[in-house]
Design a protein around this ligand. Structure first.
Ligand code: TRP
Length: 338
């Protein structure tokens, strides 16, 4: 690893990560990423942001709900335990320096790096209802790299789907460092231990599939969802044995149920001693217990109108200070500080 010429902090202690404002978060977001964020804020200097500009890279025509989604998502973050005292929590577009860095870095990023990015190729092929033939969409990973390197962070807690983007971030940081002087740590992903969290119908949990359990779901909303959940299909009758390893519901017990109860469920399932309805009851109870503190914090937040925007304003202060320091160093390094 190149020795950095100037970094005002220990880069190994610094974490940055962002999420697109897609509205209410579901369990997949929580167990895939958010849980990791909440844990990391204890031992790292953490920067967490809403990437509202990224929302525009594929959906520039639909901007009416972005503001509402930003607020909803940050409420979920706070409800899940992100602490504005511990983490800088802010909105990407409030830090204009990111746009400046994006412009500068785009000069040294070969188009071929972006075109060969697997997520780019895949989405170009598979998403047909959106116009993705844009400069901004192609440049998505450059902007993402800038979100991270502007904070000179080493660690980026994300889902495994983001690995190709982080590879590009490292290549971009490396190229900058080689050309102008080593000022950027090379960012690396911090993955959560693989926790499977399928959607209610067995596909990937996603808001657009309508198969999600949301962090803000009330008990009333949860009960029918769990009741209707797809279990191990070959177990057609109560007296047929099941197979937890092929069941769509069992992975939730891995996330929410303690080991002794889980062993009982497993045993009851394979011996047909326990039916799916009872297994679901245990899950519903587990979900209730898990969500109760989140709902309590959310209710508190909702008694304070404007609180989310206060948190985001304070986060902006902290993040902007770092971004200004980095951009001073960048302009110096590039000899365009005049
Ligand atoms: N690409 C990420 C996603 O779709 C979001 C993102 C944008 C991000 N910038 C980032 C994640 C910087 C981590 C760090 O989930």
């Amino acid at each position: 690893m190149t020795k950095l010429v100037s970094c005002p902090h220990d880069p190994n202690k610094r974490v940055a990560s962002g999420m697109r404002p897609t509205g209410p978060l579901h369990l997949g977001h929580y167990f895939g990423v958010l849980k990791n964020w909440v844990e990391m804020q204890e031992n790292f200097n953490t920067f967490f942001f809403v990437v509202d500009w990224h929302a525009l890279t594929s959906d520039f025509e639909h901007t009416a709900h972005i503001k509402e989604y930003v607020e909803e998502m940050v409420k979920d973050w706070l409800a899940a335990g992100l602490d504005p005292e511990k983490s800088a929590i802010y909105v990407q577009s409030h830090i204009k320096e990111i746009a400046e860095l994006n412009l500068l870095v785009s000069m040294l990023t070969p188009v071929s790096w972006l075109e060969r990015c697997p997520t780019y190729k895949e989405q170009q092929q598979n998403i047909t209802d959106k116009d993705l033939s844009n400069f901004g969409f192609l440049g998505y990973p450059v902007l993402m790299a800038c979100d991270i390197i502007i904070m000179r962070a080493r660690w980026v807690p994300v889902g495994a789907d983001q690995i190709p983007h982080l590879e590009l971030s490292r290549e971009i940081a490396r190229r900058f460092n080689n050309l102008y002087g080593a000022i950027f740590p090379e960012p690396e992903p911090k993955l959560t231990p693989t926790a499977k969290c399928p959607g209610l119908d067995g596909r990937k949990m996603s808001k657009s599939y309508g198969n999600g359990i949301f962090l803000r779901d009330t008990l009333k909303e949860l009960a029918p969802k769990i009741k209707g959940m797809l279990t191990y299909a070959p177990r057609a009758r109560r007296e047929d044995p099941g197979d937890p390893d092929l069941c769509n519901l069992y992975p939730y017990h891995e996330l929410l149920t303690d080991k002794p109860a889980r062993d009982e469920i497993r045993q009851g399932c394979v011996s047909a001693g326990m039916g799916c309805a009872d297994c679901k009851k245990i899950l519903l109870k587990g979900l209730e217990n898990f969500l109760a503190p989140l709902h309590e914090r959310r209710a508190q937040i909702e008694t304070r109108p404007g609180y989310v925007w206060e948190v985001l304003a304070a986060g902006k202060e902290r993040a902007a200070k770092e971004a200004r320091l980095t951009m001073d160093a960048v302009r110096q390094a590039m000899q365009i500080a005049y």
